[in-house]
Design a protein. Structure first.
Length: 440
């Protein structure tokens, strides 16, 4: 990364110290702190999540403060209150957690594009390992945009995406009603609409038995190592009694969703399958983490993980219907992250999913989603996504887990960076079993 813009406007000497006005308490370890500085828009647009929230005009209007620290100086201390988001722009910082674990962040890595700290109280202690420069942005910038808290009345794409021919064409077809949005299979719709207060468990089981394949699959799942029954279950009624009606409803929805996967060309078949495998892995981890955290229903978490990226499906199906020469793969790759969250929320609304799940596709797009004060199902899926990437070759693109609002809502010692690796190791077999159930 090129930080030469800091050299063009040197920071003040220690005799002209200036504390950022949006910090409520003094930072005694600061060596120098500069007034408003000019930072290239191209750099600000890369910052996560600030660059995703603000357009060029808003970014230009930001009052950005800076701070410099000598090696060994404390940048901020755990437990201290702040009103700033802190980004590392040059040098190396040593981040220490209260439990003793620590890691180093360098400004020339992907991690530096995420905040070192973003919550009201610092959850880490940051120490300069070299000469360090940080910038401070108002923490109010992390308030969720409207689309993350309400269902979109109308799907839209940003102005920059308007230059993307594939995205433009996709949205035109969607708004004109020409796009085929997948529907849930009939059995899943009937099960979700069934009012068990009036029909009773016996009638509910009869609905399931209308689809012998799903009934058999349900029994197979309940007998799997994922649920570990004391004795084998052979009847659908026993399976429902074992799981409960709510969990059965969610599980059947999950089991039928694989039927939505269809493709025409080998390229899109591969991409759709990859998206499905990713959703199953996140679903498996959501279930495991929900059981560990014991704050949300594991079966609901399983379904939430499975639908967190459901919005990608219509996009890939649409691309599959087009001649290969009619669009660029780069356009498709650029359009997916822009559209899939909104589209996923739209689909879950159409499928009459409960309010607790409708916004999962939007709220779990952003590592720094903080739409609720206490830990909820969105937070569990965010943590599951994090752990899924942690197990992949792309883990260098992750922020520090301690900086995630979802992580900070956890009770102490439930999860830690070291424990995360142990969870992945311990859960490997269970994830494998779940993969077999949902990809067979």
């Amino acid at each position: 990364m090129d930080w030469s813009f800091f050299k063009k406007k040197p920071l003040p000497s220690p005799s002209t110290q200036y504390e950022p006005s949006h910090q409520q308490e003094e930072e005694p370890d600061k060596v120098t702190s500069g007034p408003d500085i000019s930072v290239p828009i191209s750099y600000l647009k890369r910052l996560i999540p600030v660059g995703q929230y603000l357009d060029d005009v808003a970014l230009k209007q930001l009052n950005i403060k800076s701070g410099q620290f000598k090696p060994g100086m404390v940048i901020f201390s755990s437990g201290k209150e702040t009103e700033s988001i802190v980004y590392l722009v040059s040098g190396e910082a040593y981040l220490e957690v209260n439990n003793g674990s620590a890691q180093t962040v360098s400004s020339d890595t992907m991690k530096a594009l995420y905040p070192l700290s973003s919550e009201r109280f610092h959850h880490l202690t940051a120490i300069a390992k070299s000469q360090v420069t940080v910038i401070y942005l108002p923490r109010t910038l992390l308030k969720q945009p409207l689309s993350a808290n309400k269902l979109p009345a109308k799907l839209k794409i940003n102005e920059a995406m308007g230059q993307n021919a594939f995205a433009r064409q996709f949205m035109d077809n969607l708004t004109q009603g020409k796009l085929n949005i997948p529907n849930l299979p009939d059995i899943a719709v009937k099960i979700r609409q069934a009012n068990t207060d009036t029909i009773g468990i016996a009638e509910f089981v009869k609905l399931i038995n209308l689809d012998p394949v799903i009934a058999a699959k349900l029994i197979q799942v309940v007998n799997s190592p994922v649920y570990r029954p004391i004795s084998p279950i052979t009847h659908c009624l026993d399976a429902v009694n074992r799981l409960g009606i709510s969990a059965t409803r969610n599980l059947i929805t999950a089991l039928t969703m694989k039927n939505l996967i269809r493709s025409r060309t080998p390229l899109m078949k591969k991409r759709i399958q990859e998206a499905w495998v990713q959703s199953v892995k996140v679903s498996s981890l959501s279930y495991i983490l929900a059981k560990l955290i014991n704050k949300v229903d594991p079966e609901e978490a399983l379904l939430a993980g499975l639908v967190h990226n459901i919005g990608i499906l219509p996009i890939l199906i649409y691309a599959d219907s087009l001649p290969a020469e009619s669009y660029l793969i780069s356009e498709l790759d650029e359009a997916i992250p822009e559209i899939q969250g909104q589209l996923g929320a739209y689909m879950l609304e159409k499928w009459q999913f409960p309010d607790s799940l409708k916004m999962v596709p939007v709220r779990t797009e952003n590592w720094f989603n903080n739409s609720s004060e206490s830990l909820d199902i969105n937070d569990v899926v965010v943590l599951a996504k994090f752990h899924n990437i942690l197990a992949s070759q792309k883990k260098g693109e992750l922020p520090l887990i301690n900086t995630l609002p979802a992580f900070q809502k956890l009770e102490k010692k439930i999860l830690s960076p070291d424990l995360s690796l142990q969870i992945l190791l311990d859960a490997k077999q269970q994830i494998s079993e779940t993969m077999k159930l949902f990809t067979a």
